[in-house]
Design a binder for this molecule. Structure first.
Ligand SMILES: [Zn+2]
Ligand SMILES: [Zn+2]
Length: 381
């Protein structure tokens, strides 16, 4: 089969910028040094580009996990141009196809099944059929005037943010070249490759607690350097959720920023999956893994009825908990004056609390069982 033709613009961009960064940044540092101001500008622009991609390009435009004020959308559009990862239309269109056809080598533009290199950057270096431009899946984004404004002025925005902005910031401080090298060149190369790690490494390295429908993995280490995007298994399972790190303590600065912006009215309608949905996905995966252990005879069959029983019970408790929670939440906001109805309301609250306790116990028992099944044979009968 004939190899796809080389995309020379990308080939030059992705070869020259890292090569120049590798040579010029240390060389200038050796002879002239960089000061704190220049490093702070570098960190600031890294965050600006990174968060524009994660919160803007990814969670807002590609997945519509929340709504954002035009001011915030404009900031993301400018930061996305600074990151030089193509305009919103191209990025979101590719990304929606990635989710729709994940791991399909013919249709996923950066299918991880084609290897680390291809999914990381190889897909950009040649005009592969799987990456052909097709805006049919981003009709909604064409109605966003800020997306279209960025699309029309993309080249100008790239030059302004990548050259003029660092140069001006350097001029203010008295060293244009230092800022161009750190906040311009090094920042550009690093921010691009960090994003691309989500397409490559986050589909290879890590755990799959929620789903095995795709190769996507959860990786807390990757989350540290990708503004929270490392929880990629969760993201592929619940792509409408504005969070990637679902637990409050999961390191996901993008999620925190979106949440904080909602307090001041810059974001609204934040979508999240329910606790029961997430728990069920996790439970199903653990159950599947345990049954596979029986099939491969890693675990004594004696434990099988117990596994089945605990699994069914857990499902039932989860459903009951969810029902009771809904019933309580529906009446919670109502102002009830009559004593008798108020009594009803209290009962609903207490039943919900009881279920909450039951769920906690059930969960603890399930975790104990999982720990037991994880131990190598022989088991105590
Ligand atoms: Zn996504
Ligand atoms: Zn992915």
């Amino acid at each position: 089969m004939k190899k796809a033709s080389i995309n020379w613009t990308n080939m030059l961009l992705f070869s020259l910028t890292p090569a120049l960064a590798l040579i010029l940044v240390p060389l200038y540092g050796y002879f002239y040094g960089y000061d704190l101001y220049e490093w702070l500008v570098f960190i600031g622009l890294m965050g600006f580009c990174g968060m524009s991609i994660t919160a803007g390009y990814h969670r807002l435009w590609s997945h519509k996990t929340y709504k954002a004020h035009p001011i915030l959308r404009a900031i993301f559009a400018i930061g996305g141009a600074c990151a030089l990862q193509n305009d919103v239309l191209h990025w979101a269109s590719d990304h929606r196809r990635h989710h729709q056809h994940v791991d399909n080598n013919d249709l996923d533009p950066y299918s991880a099944k084609r290897g680390f290199w291809f999914s990381h950057i190889g897909w950009l270096l040649r005009d592969y059929a799987s990456g052909a431009e097709d805006f049919s899946n981003v009709g909604d984004l064409k109605k966003d005037p800020i997306v279209m404004w960025q699309h029309r002025h993309y080249l100008g925005l790239i030059l302004l943010t990548n050259i003029a902005l660092p140069a001006v910031l350097g001029f203010i401080h008295g060293d244009i070249i230092a800022c161009l090298l750190l906040a311009g060149l090094l920042r550009l190369v690093l921010s691009q490759h960090l994003t691309y790690l989500i397409n490559s490494l986050a589909h290879i390295w890590g755990q799959q607690p929620y789903s095995r429908a795709s190769s996507a993995r959860d990786n807390p280490i990757l989350a540290l350097i990708t503004y929270g995007e490392g929880y990629h298994n969760y993201h592929h399972a619940f792509q409408w959720d504005y969070r990637n790190g679902v637990k409050w303590w999961h390191y996901d600065p993008t999620k925190w920023m979106i949440r904080i912006c909602s307090v001041v009215g810059l974001t609204r309608d934040l979508k999240r999956s329910s606790f029961a949905q997430v728990e069920k996905a996790k439970l199903d995966m653990q159950y599947r893994r345990a049954t596979e252990k029986f099939e491969s005879r890693q675990v004594s069959d004696k434990w099988r009825p117990l596994l089945e029983q605990e699994y069914q019970q857990f499902l039932q408790t989860l459903q009951l908990w969810s029902d009771h929670r809904q019933a309580w939440y529906e009446t919670r906001g109502q102002q009830i004056q009559k004593t008798f109805e108020h009594w009803d309301q209290l009962q609903l609250r207490d039943r919900y609390r009881e279920m909450q306790y039951k769920l906690k116990i059930q969960r603890r028992r399930w975790q104990q069982l999982m720990r037991k099944l994880a131990k190598p044979l022989p088991y105590p009968a």
